[in-house]
Structure formats: structure tokens, C-alpha cells
Ligand binder design. Structure first.
Ligand code: SF4
Length: 372
């Protein structure tokens, strides 16, 4: 259980109408934010000593210039022991990825890049309020490959109002033509606090119904598996085990992780804590040498078990029964016999002597399996 580090870069050039991740659109605070971030790293020296993943997410990490980025990665190496084969990922917006920028990622030691393509259809991109076009997305992929990246992930969104199955499959086929090592296919969630949420409440947008969304999911899973990808988590597909996101797996199996930056979440043992969702407050508290933590909570044994069940059933690897019994002091097959049998009879899970695993239909229904 080697921990990982997540860094939240809370800046975007514009806000996409569907997004409720924390970010601000004024980039002049980036230098002060970087200063604070380097100071926050120091606060955790000795507490998260060895790590084997670093994930720069956002917001838009690709807005950092090459010196800022190199500084962040260099300081992580100075304050923590980063394993030699660490997975170091950056999320990048296609609108930022020039050839020079992609080369600067590579030179900073980043070895995995997750590109927020979302769609290759310009009308879908415009509905989502993205600042790139399909042509821009294609040239970003080209620039990243030419810079030397051999571990590329493309992030896509389905279930967008106005998008039909045919246009989604076209986007998927275009994505496949670039032979990415990883694909994330997220179903659009309408978050109440976003402009899209307001339009939805006003009846200005219609979303596809659950049966159609299930069809999107099943067709996506089948097409990508036929194309050589493993569907290893509800929204994630990899060309082989070596391309499955090592960092994200830490979130799914309760491996400790440290989150740095505004709104970043951390987890260790049975404690979860998160930073203030405000760049100003974050900078202010770090400058006063106060950990910029907004809140922390201790999870009870029951909460940890429920999370482990919920998260485990979202992954193709499923739940390792022996491991679960050791970590959570619970014999699942005995304690949850009836509900598990009902789920198996409905074709949602398979059960053998060592594992409970979701079927493809089970992955499609993973959210409702939270009821277990
Ligand atoms: S989707 Fe990404 S680029 Fe758009 S506002 Fe959210 S974090 Fe920024």
C-alpha cells in the first residue's frame, strides 16, 4: 500500500457549463499559488514519505508554464521519496498542448498524460462549453505522441443532451484511431450548482433516459473490449494491466493518498480530510503556516466496509474475499448471503471461492449497488 500524491491546480481559462470541480478563471494568482503549494508540501515531510504515483489534476494543470511545472515536480522529489518507476500523470486541456508544451511535460518527468478531449464532435464540444475544437483535439494528441509520450489517456463524455448513439460511437471510433493506451468514458452528470444544472431545472435541456444511457454504456464496453481494451472500472478502459491508472486505484482500494492544493482530499488509515475550496484562503493559511484544512472526518468501521464494498463493485477485479475479511473483519459471504444471492440471480455479480466480481451489467448498475 504505497501512497500517492494528488495536486489540484485550480485554474481554468474559462468555466465549462457542466463542471463543478473547484477552479477560478483568474490566472494571475498562479505564482502565489505555486509558492503556497511548495510550502504545503513541506508540511507533510516525513508523514507521506514514500510515494509511487503523482497526479496533477484540476482545474487545468496544463496552464502552468514549463518552469512552474518543473518546479512542482522537482519539489515533490525533494520532499518525498518517489519510487524510480513512479507513475506521474498530468491532466491536460487540448487547447494548451502545443508541441513545446508537450515536450516540457516530458522533460519535467511526467510519463502519463490524460487529455480532456470529451468529444470529437464540434456541436457536443460547443454544448459543453469547451474551448477546443475537434481539430484542436487531434493536433494535441499528435503533439503529445511526437513529444515522446507512450502512455496516453483520452477522456470522453457521453449522455450529453443532443448527442445520439451514432455520434457517440463516431467519437469512440475516432479515439480508437489514435491507439491510446487508456480511455475514460464518463457519463455526463448534471450537477445542480452548475449553469447546466440551472438550464436543466428551467426545462431548457433534456437528458437521455436511463435505458438509453444503459445502451451507451453497454455498447461502449463491448466496442472497447472488442478493440483490445480491458474494462477495468465503471468508466475506465486500458490496453493492458500496465496502463491501468495506478493512481486512481488508490482511491478505489483505500490506499493512503495525500491531496495538495485548494479543495484537494486526502486519506490515510481511517481519516479523510480536505483543504479549503478557495485559492485565497488556501494561500492565506499556508502563508501563516497553518495547514489549509477545511475539515476532517474519522470513518467508522461500518463506513469503511460500505465504501470498500461500493468501490470494489465498481472495478472488474471486484472484491477479494480473504483480503476483505482481513481488512474489515467481515465474512461477506456469510453476512450478506441473501443480498449477494439476489444480485447474482439478477446477473449483476459473479461469486466464486475467492472473489465477488461485477458483470458488465453490474458495472452499468454500479451506482445502485451502493444499496448493498
Ligand atoms: S471541465 Fe476542466 S477545463 Fe472545464 S471548467 Fe472544469 S476543470 Fe476547467
Amino acid at each position: 500500500m504505497v501512497p500517492g500524491i494528488y495536486i489540484h491546480i485550480p485554474f481554468c481559462l474559462s468555466k465549462c457549463g457542466y463542471c463543478d470541480f473547484y477552479s477560478v478563471t483568474s490566472t494571475e494568482k498562479i505564482p502565489r499559488y505555486i509558492d503556497a503549494l511548495l510550502k504545503e508540501m513541506k508540511m507533510y515531510r516525513g508523514r507521506f514519505e514514500s510515494v509511487d504515483t503523482l497526479y496533477l489534476g484540476g482545474g487545468t494543470p496544463s496552464l502552468l508554464d514549463s518552469n512552474q511545472l518543473a518546479d512542482v515536480v522537482k519539489n515533490i522529489h525533494e520532499h518525498f521519496t518517489v519510487s524510480a518507476d513512479a507513475e506521474i500523470t498530468i491532466e491536460a486541456n487540448p487547447g494548451d498542448i502545443t508541441r513545446e508544451k508537450a515536450e516540457s511535460f516530458f522533460e519535467a518527468g511526467i510519463n502519463r498524460i490524460s487529455i480532456g478531449i470529451q468529444s470529437f464532435d464540434d456541436s457536443t464540444l460547443s454544448f459543453l462549453g469547451r474551448r477546443h475544437s475537434s481539430t484542436g483535439a487531434i493536433s494535441a494528441i499528435d503533439n503529445v505522441r511526437k513529444a515522446g509520450f507512450d502512455n496516453i489517456g483520452l477522456d470522453l463524455i457521453y449522455g450529453v443532451p443532443g448527442q445520439n448513439l451514432e455520434s457517440w460511437l463516431k467519437t469512440l471510433h475516432t479515439a480508437l484511431s489514435f491507439d491510446p493506451e487508456h480511455l475514460s468514458c464518463y457519463q455526463l452528470t448534471i450537477e445542480p450548482s452548475t449553469p447546466l444544472g440551472a438550464k436543466y431545472r428551467a426545462g431548457e435541456v433534456e437528458t437521455p433516459d436511463d435505458n438509453i444511457l444503459c445502451e451507451f454504456f453497454m455498447k461502449t464496453s463491448l466496442l472497447l473490449e472488442e478493440s483490445g481494451y480491458t474494462h477495468y472500472e465503471v468508466s475506465n478502459f486500458a490496453k493492458g494491466p500496465e496502463y491501468m491508472s495506478r493512481h486512481n486505484r488508490k482511491y478505489w482500494d483505500h490506499t493512503p493518498y495525500l491531496g495538495l492544493g485548494p479543495a484537494a482530499h486526502s486519506f490515510a488509515g481511517n481519516r479523510r480530510w480536505w483543504n479549503h475550496r478557495s485559492v485565497d484562503r488556501y494561500i492565506e493559511e499556508v502563508d501563516r503556516r497553518i495547514p489549509p484544512i477545511e475539515k476532517s472526518e474519522l470513518l467508522t468501521r461500518t463506513q469503511l466496509r460500505l465504501e470498500a464494498l461500493y468501490l470494489g463493485l465498481r472495478t472488474a477485479a471486484g472484491i477479494d474475499l480473504r483480503n476483505f475479511a482481513e481488512r474489515h473483519s467481515l465474512n461477506l459471504l456469510e453476512e450478506k448471503r441473501d443480498i449477494l444471492a439476489a444480485m447474482r440471480d439478477e446477473g449483476l455479480i459473479t461469486i466464486d471461492n475467492t472473489h465477488i466480481r461485477p458483470t458488465r451489467r453490474g458495472l452499468a448498475m454500479a451506482d445502485s449497488m451502493a444499496l448493498i
